[in-house]
Design a protein around this ligand. Structure first.
Ligand code: NAD
Length: 308
């Protein structure tokens, strides 16, 4: 009988699915992470989200480990090379939270356009400003505007479907994908900068994409562009974003992610009135969590059964 350790909080459906297969499951998300090294030697599989770091000593003592399941996409908390050397299979659930992140990007587009956060903050502070604010918050519709999607994979495509349904024109650029049923792909990223009223980033953070949006790129964009970043903080050079906001080139920077998380108090973006932000909540939904729990359990079951 296989033994599975779940060290970060998942929906109970994962436990149910694993137990139905006759596996012994330990929910270990309430125990301190330092204690995992004492129990992990007994387990055939570990399932994590992002909090457990499956690296270094923890991997060294995991003598029976055959499978690491990551409920979610990013694998930065797992030492992939060391896992490979030890013959441990690593699986993740790349599709589970696609819709959740795409919905957040859409929320950012709408909230940035209708200045929902400014309205809330200022009205809360001074209700007598009501009439003045009503004039100040005069804005535009998103229908008919052009959304530029950079990175047209799962999340970028899901956002495009939603944006099109709301009447937006969707163009995009991807370094590796050359066809799309929902996005009018451009031959260069500069063409997206040139045409887009909104730019939404949906790329991984790699050596190639780090600071991909910096001073030079902001210069190529339309004045008053709205930039949405629900990808990774480092894809945007935050200092350059601040400069673009100050110059009035960038109307709003709507971000779920920061170069350093949590951001330092002195990060100037935190106080800028034209920044709207959330604390990396893209994947944090009931439905996303449920799907990630089901997918990871199913994939771990499959991987362990293959060993029999
Ligand atoms: P995906 O792999 O389906 O799509 C990413 C796309 O980026 C791919 O099509 C790839 O070809 C493209 N790409 C890579 N390098 C590029 C480059 N240099 N120039 C242009 N295109 C490039 O991934 P996905 O599931 O759509 O996720 C996208 C990103 O969203 C993830 O990498 C992650 O950083 C981020 N994410 C954020 C949250 C959140 O909580 N905010 C949650 C999940 C994922």
């Amino acid at each position: 009988m296989f033994k599975v350790l779940i060290s970060d909080k998942l929906n109970d459906v994962a436990v149910e699915l694993l137990e139905k297969e006759g596996f012994e499951v330990k929910k270990a998300w309430d125990i301190p992470k330092e204690e995992l090294e004492h129990i992990i030697p007994d387990y055939d599989a570990i399932i994590v989200r992002s909090a457990t770091k499956v690296k270094g000593h923890l991997l060294e003592v995991a003598k029976n480990l055959k499978v690491i399941g990551r409920a979610g996409v990013g694998l930065d908390n797992i030492d992939l090379q060391s896992a490979r050397e030890r013959g441990i299979k690593v699986i993740n659930t790349p599709n589970a939270t696609t819709n959740s992140v795409a919905e957040l990007a859409l929320t950012m587009i709408l909230a940035a356009t209708r200045r929902v956060v400014t309205g809330t903050e200022r009205l809360r502070k001074n209700p007598s400003e009501f009439k003045k604010l009503k004039k100040a918050l005069f804005s535009v519709e998103i229908e008919g505007k052009t959304l530029g999607i950079i990175g047209t994979g799962r999340i970028g495509s899901s956002l495009a479907v939603k944006a099109k349904a709301l009447g937006m024109k969707t163009i995009g650029y991807d370094a590796y994908i050359k066809q799309s049923g929902v996005i009018e792909l451009q031959s260069s990223i500069d063409k997206v900068f040139e045409k887009a009223d909104y730019i939404s980033l949906h790329l991984p953070l790699t050596d190639e994409t780090r600071h991909m949006i910096s001073d030079e790129e902001f210069e190529k964009m339309k004045t008053n562009v709205i930039l949405i970043n629900c990808a990774r903080g480092g894809v945007v050079d935050e200092d350059a974003a601040y400069r673009a906001l100050e110059k009035g080139k960038l109307a709003v920077y709507a971000t779920d992610v920061f170069e350093k998380e949590p951001p330092k108090e002195e990060n100037k973006l935190l106080k800028h009135p034209n920044v709207i932000m959330t604390p990396h909540i893209g994947a944090q939904t009931l439905e996303g969590n449920y799907r990630a729990s089901v997918h990871v359990a199913e994939k771990v079951i499959e991987a362990l059964k293959e060993l029999k």
